[in-house]
Each structure stands twice: as structure tokens, then as C-alpha cells.
Design a protein around this ligand. Structure first.
Ligand SMILES: Nc1ncnc2c1ncn2[C@@H]1O[C@H](COP(=O)(O)OP(=O)(O)OP(=O)(O)O)[C@@H](O)[C@H]1O
Ligand SMILES: [Mg+2]
Length: 308
């Protein structure tokens, strides 16, 4: 049986691998970390996705629920932007609006200044749960995108294999979802989202169901993919460290009804290493966000029930 190789070093992709992922390589056929560093950030500029005073109210049996209250932010092309906030503050609602899967009650959501009026097909989406089809193998799940988009089948097969290999799933192509671990299943769903080479990737708490080691590895792999692909990412999370580690900017939301509290620019060099989480600069950012959550009552130093 093939052994699982959890960490594919994506900086060592060969030319074929990298081209399949839409990556321009240096003349040596390798991307150096310095080059990857240059690719990070939002050097291309230009607003990609914009929320203008967006509110969202859901009608429920118990009356209206105000999920979002006049939020405004923009994500630049090529930027890694995280939305961080407590449960129920409207993070998933932001993602559904960005994907065009729901419409705002007030305000406008635009892509390159054009209002989103229907579900977007130019994006990749990764949800908290991998949502794989149990009767299809790993590679057949990845190729779903290709079939829906009527891509050339042999090309799609090559691309699906290369993506699976790039995330350490070589040898697992023909496994069914119930034969894969949670981390492997989520890797398959990330490959599926990248199959059509989207310029924009939306991720809603993609690693929250995983154990912390697998989570760390996927965070590293996602950073490497992003540095190579130069796509824009909107990453939803409630994990402070994950948001600081991955992001160019972190949009911190307040408790419901969701508003934007603060936006942090994360000025740390890339590629970021896991050990950097213990560095003073890193702890300064995560400390500031934690202080904000303490000030807003999202976190409390002592449990009320214990204190009584
Ligand atoms: N389809 C819906 N119908 C009614 N209410 C909804 C709907 N979707 C979301 N809500 C409500 O909107 C608010 C924000 O929900 P949302 O799922 O966006 O929060 P979240 O920040 O993603 O939370 P979590 O971290 O728990 O995933 C919540 O009060 C939720 O109950
Ligand atoms: Mg959510």
C-alpha cells in the first residue's frame, strides 16, 4: 500500500506540476523562496472584490435576523484576506455574498466594480466539510469541476493528478472518500476547487474540523499554493493564529450583528514558517487581536459560572 506523504513541498514542484497549477517558473524550472516571496502580497493592486455598506437580514419564523450591518471592505487582486470573528458574526454570510449565492438586503457587492447578480463561476470554494461524493474516487471527485465545465477529458485527468500529487496524495487517486482521513478529504476538496484554475478562492473555515498537526500542515501547503498561484483568497476563520499566519490583512468582525471592527495589516515576511508563531512580531499581532476580542467580550479571562 502506498504510504501517505503528508507534506508535499510545493516549492519543489517540477515544471509540469507547476504549469498545471498556472504557475510561471524561473528558467531553472524551480521557484526559489525569494521569488515566491516576491509573488506574495498584493503587488498587482486594483480592487478585486468590494463590499459597499452591505447589510443582510434573513427572514426567519422568529422574525428578522440581522446577520450583517453595513459592512464595507475590499480585497485586492492577489491578496490573502482573512475574515476573523466569533461564531454567528456573519462570516459565512460574507462568503455566500462574495460567491453570489445570496443577495445583500442593502448595499452592493462588486467584482472589478461590477455588481454580482448571479452565482459566480470564476471562483473556487472550499467549505468546512469537504462534501465529497462517496461513490466517486478521489480523482473522480476532483474531476467533477472539469465535467461540469466540459473541459477536455485527457487534460483534466492530467491536471487532477498533478493537483493531487502537489498536495501529497500521489497513490491515493483511486481511493474512495471513506478510505481517506479527514485531512486527505479536505486536500481533495481543495484540489477540486483549484481544478479550473480560478483567480479567486473562497474558503469557509476549511481546516476547523482537522486535528492541529494536520491543520498546521494544510496551512503551510495553502500558503505555498497561494505563493505559487498568485490567486486572491478570502479565508474565513475564527482562529487568530491561522489568520495572522496566512494573511496580508485580517478583517476582524464584531459580535452579532456583524460589523467590521478593525482591519489589521500583517507585515511579516513570506514564506512564513510555523516557528514564526513564537516570534515577537507575530505575537504582537495575535495579542492585539486577542485584546480586541477581550475588549468586546468575545473572550473573557474568567468563566462567569466559575467566578460566581
Ligand atoms: N439562511 C439563514 N436563515 C436564517 N438565518 C441565518 C441564515 N444564515 C445565517 N443566519 C443567521 O445569520 C447570523 C450569521 O450567520 P453566519 O453563518 O454567517 O455566522 P458565522 O460567523 O459564519 O458563524 P460560525 O462561526 O458559527 O460559522 C446567525 O445569527 C445565523 O443564525
Ligand atoms: Mg460560518
Amino acid at each position: 500500500m502506498t504510504s501517505f506523504r503528508p507534506a508535499a513541498n510545493l516549492f519543489r514542484l517540477n515544471r509540469h506540476d507547476a504549469n498545471s497549477a498556472g504557475v510561471a517558473l524561473s528558467s531553472r524550472g524551480l521557484i526559489t523562496e525569494a521569488q515566491a516571496t516576491l509573488r506574495g502580497g498584493s503587488e498587482e493592486g486594483g480592487a478585486c472584490l468590494q463590499f459597499h455598506e452591505v447589510s443582510k437580514t434573513f427572514a426567519t419564523r422568529d422574525g428578522p435576523v440581522h446577520a450583517l450591518d453595513a459592512i464595507s471592505f475590499e480585497s485586492q487582486a492577489g491578496e490573502f484576506l482573512s475574515i476573523l470573528g466569533p461564531s454567528g458574526c456573519g462570516k459565512s454570510t460574507v462568503m455566500l455574498l462574495a460567491a453570489g449565492l445570496i443577495a445583500p438586503s442593502r448595499g452592493r457587492v462588486t467584482v472589478d466594480k461590477r455588481a454580482i447578480t448571479k452565482p459566480r463561476t470564476d471562483i473556487g470554494i472550499v467549505f468546512q466539510s469537504p462534501v465529497l461524493l462517496e461513490w466517486r474516487t478521489a480523482i473522480a471527485n476532483v474531476k467533477l469541476q472539469a465535467e461540469a465545465r466540459k473541459m477536455d477529458a485527457p487534460t483534466a485527468d492530467i491536471r487532477a493528478r498533478e493537483l493531487l500529487h502537489a498536495v501529497g496524495l500521489k497513490g491515493f487517486e483511486q481511493k474512495y472518500p471513506n478510505e481517506l482521513s479527514g485531512g486527505m478529504r479536505q486536500r481533495v476538496s481543495i484540489c477540486r476547487a483549484l481544478m479550473h484554475q480560478p483567480e479567486y478562492l473562497l474558503m469557509d473555515e476549511p481546516f476547523s474540523a482537522l486535528d492541529s498537526l494536520t491543520r498546521d500542515q494544510l496551512v503551510i501547503d495553502l500558503q505555498a499554493l497561494w505563493l505559487l498561484r498568485k490567486m486572491s483568497v478570502l479565508f474565513i476563520t475564527h482562529n487568530i493564529s491561522e489568520a495572522v499566519f496566512l494573511s496580508d490583512r485580517v478583517v476582524v468582525m464584531s459580535p452579532p450583528p456583524g460589523r467590521i471592527d478593525r482591519i489589521f495589516n500583517i507585515d511579516l515576511p513570506r514564506p512564513r514558517r510555523l516557528a514564526m508563531r513564537a516570534a515577537p512580531e507575530f505575537l504582537e499581532y495575535s495579542g492585539q487581536i486577542m485584546d480586541l476580542f477581550l475588549a468586546r467580550g468575545v473572550l473573557r479571562e474568567s468563566s462567569q459560572s466559575v467566578a460566581q
